[in-house]
Design a protein around this ligand. Structure first.
Ligand code: T3D
Length: 261
């Protein structure tokens, strides 16, 4: 039996998904994307899950669309089908997942692999990682939410220039430009990812999920709409068990123990 294209593991409240086609730098096939979507659906239904880490097997994070996946990228019709049926659902699932998603970029993130990394809530990379907007080199546009995320993260001037030039960024440049959270020396990367996951696994998960909703909506709302949404979401947060615990812990001058509820 062939090994799965997505490795799934669980440890306490931490869930990990590893793209697992290292011989192709974890390039994305429809098979892999289908497995990724199923795994994300399982995590969304898992009430014990409080943080998700996505990374890649081997020396790369993800080289984007597998350009040899027969029937996936032959012409406009197959491309549309691949994007609509395989990429877009995965991006929606990550953005709407009710817990923090970490992209641990352990090597090159190219094309839709870069878009996937930017769909996460917190993206950190090892220092030898490269962010490669490869699309223009083969006559395609950034997809899997790439045009949306790049513009929001970098502003239109830098996003457009990078996309049109098909530029590569080192992890350090990506941090300096505000594209990702942190670049970590390779030797420290695994420990740093583990520490971040452990910290988020103890965070007030319900409030973090509401933050995602607020940030997701903020990009297209007016100030008035966003103020109204914040009032609504804050009322939900204030009704949570974790808020009661956070407040009690503050008043008692002790650390809070959040349950994610
Ligand atoms: O609707 C749709 O489906 C369209 C959606 C498109 C979304 C996209 O993501 S378009 C962009 C697709 N990705 C690319 O264009 C990147 C192609 N890859 C590269 O340019 C280079 O491989 C890298 C810069 C990413 C890494 O270079 P390097 O020198 O570190 O590694 P390598 O030797 O090129 O790659 C290692 C192997 O992986 C190699 O196979 P081999 O020769 O050892 O048998 C290479 O062919 C393979 N590989 C790398 N990327 C892909 C790939 N195979 C298939 N598809 C790839 N994208």
């Amino acid at each position: 039996m062939s090994e799965a294209d997505i490795l799934v593991s669980a440890e306490g409240a931490i869930r990990r998904l590893t793209l697992n086609r290292p011989q192709r730098l974890n390039a994305l096939t429809r098979n892999l994307l289908g497995q990724l979507s199923d795994a994300l659906a399982d995590i969304a239904a898992d009430s014990d899950a409080r943080v998700l880490v996505i990374s890649g097997s081997g020396r790369g994070f993800c080289a984007g669309q597998d350009l040899t996946d027969q029937g996936a990228v032959e012409d406009g019709r197959t491309c549309r089908d691949t994007v609509e049926r395989y990429y877009n659902p995965v991006v929606r699932q990550i953005r709407s997942l009710g817990l923090p998603v970490i992209a641990a970029v352990n090597g090159i993130a190219a094309g839709a692999g870069m878009s996937l990394a930017l769909a996460a809530d917190i993206t950190l990379a090892n220092e030898s990682a490269v962010f490669d907007l490869a699309f223009a080199r083969i006559g395609l546009i950034p997809d899997a939410g790439g045009t949306y995320q790049l513009q929001r993260l970098l502003g239109p001037a830098r996003a457009m220039a990078l996309a049109m030039l098909g530029e590569k960024l080192t992890a350090r440049q990506a941090v300096e430009m505000g594209l990702i959270w942190r670049a970590v020396p390779d030797a420290d990367f695994t420990a740093e990812v583990d520490a971040l996951a452990a910290r988020l696994a103890k965070a007030p998960t319900f409030a973090l999920a509401l933050m995602k909703k607020a940030f997701n909506a903020g990009g297209h709302h007016s100030l008035e709409q966003q103020l109204a949404l914040e009032a609504e979401l804050q009322s939900q947060a204030a009704d949570s068990e974790d808020f009661r615990e956070g407040l009690a812990a503050f008043l008692a001058k002790r650390p809070a123990t959040f349950k994610g509820l």
